[in-house]
Design a protein around this ligand. Sequence first.
Ligand SMILES: *Cc1c(COP(=O)(O)O)cnc(C)c1O
Length: 422
Amino acid sequence: MKETKNIESLCVQAGYDPKNGQERIPAISQSITFKYDKTQDVQDLFDLKVPGHFYSRLSNPTVEVLEKKITALEGGIGALALSSGQAAATIAFLTLAQAGDHIVSANNIYGGIHSLLASTLKRMGIATSFVRYDDLAGVEEAIQENTKAIYAETISNPSAEVIDIQGLADIAHRHHIPLIVDNTFATPVLCRPFDYGADLVIHSTSKYIDGHATSIGGIIVDSGNYDWAQGKTPLLTEKDPAYHGLSYTESFGPLAYLTRARAVYLRDLGASLSPFNAFLTNLGAETLALRMEKHSENALKVAKFLQGHEKVDWVRYPFLEDSPSYENAKKYLKAGSGVLSFGVKGGREEAARVIDNLNFISLVVHVADVRSHALHPASSTHRQLSDQDLAAAGIDKNLIRLSVGIEDPQDIIEDLDQALRA
Ligand SMILES: *Cc1c(COP(=O)(O)O)cnc(C)c1O
């Protein structure tokens, strides 16, 4: 393929460059294992001396196509695809933090990752301080001697707030730690966090990258900009007895982080992406640029419609001029993506009633695919959060999360109007 940096071309063509006579569409390598001629070949693979596939828990040619495509889209040096966005987050944290360590996270993050940090990793000895995403002084104050990363979402799920990536990156780098950004809602089409100083990007590819709600998946991308050898990440610099005493930074240089993530956690935890899901996700990604444009255009129309509606209390969408995120949105995003939230006048029951009256927009526990969906987070995705945590995450009890699809916007607007009036 000709060298290009154009995002629309990369969506379609990056990740796979067929040789003479090869399939034009990347094949589904539905094989667990791969054949070699000599024991030495396999030994070299196990010692991580040469690249190559030997067991699909660790790597697979179809999965690799997706890894290369997302690497190109984000402008990184490599990627590790995983079985879900949750797996991507878990392994992103575990690759650099262990018991006794600490993470600083924005408080307005996806419910599943909030639970991961606040509960599961906490029980494993990794503590997290949650701070307001827009309080940079508070973020800096929360950093401790044992802090290993700052974590935040480009556009938060479900509150659709936009972070100051550069501001957070500057703080992280002053303290010699990496900034990890979850870029799921923006996608590299609307924002490339590495351009503003983020060091690692993670995605739930189950959302816009797949785009059709067929395949759960996740990915971690390394920018190549963070110097893992500088000593703040002993898991990467010190000799690992679980890998013949090698040091990842000494043996793999800039790829130290991704190598440890794959070699240790796919080996030990096994959260690998299936070749079939990788194939479908890659197919979806081919139209990502087109879809993000249409999702964003529709969502802005719907947001403006809701803003003028008598039954609506408030609307949050990054590109509404009165949005607290408007300045960050203009600075970091090409467009606002497809997710918005709004408050129904009344409370929990009124919000639930609106959802029950929708008939074009469907009630599903998912966002960010071609169809329009609505959900009431307080009674679903964020159900495990206490009222206090809900408030801290910016989720009101009357909040409806709306994932605006790529249908004709008039159909979406008419359905909302009748449901609000019913
Ligand atoms: C959905 C989501 C996740 C979790 O991804 P799964 O693929 O469902 O495991 C993580 N981060 C964000 C921002 C999400 O929207």
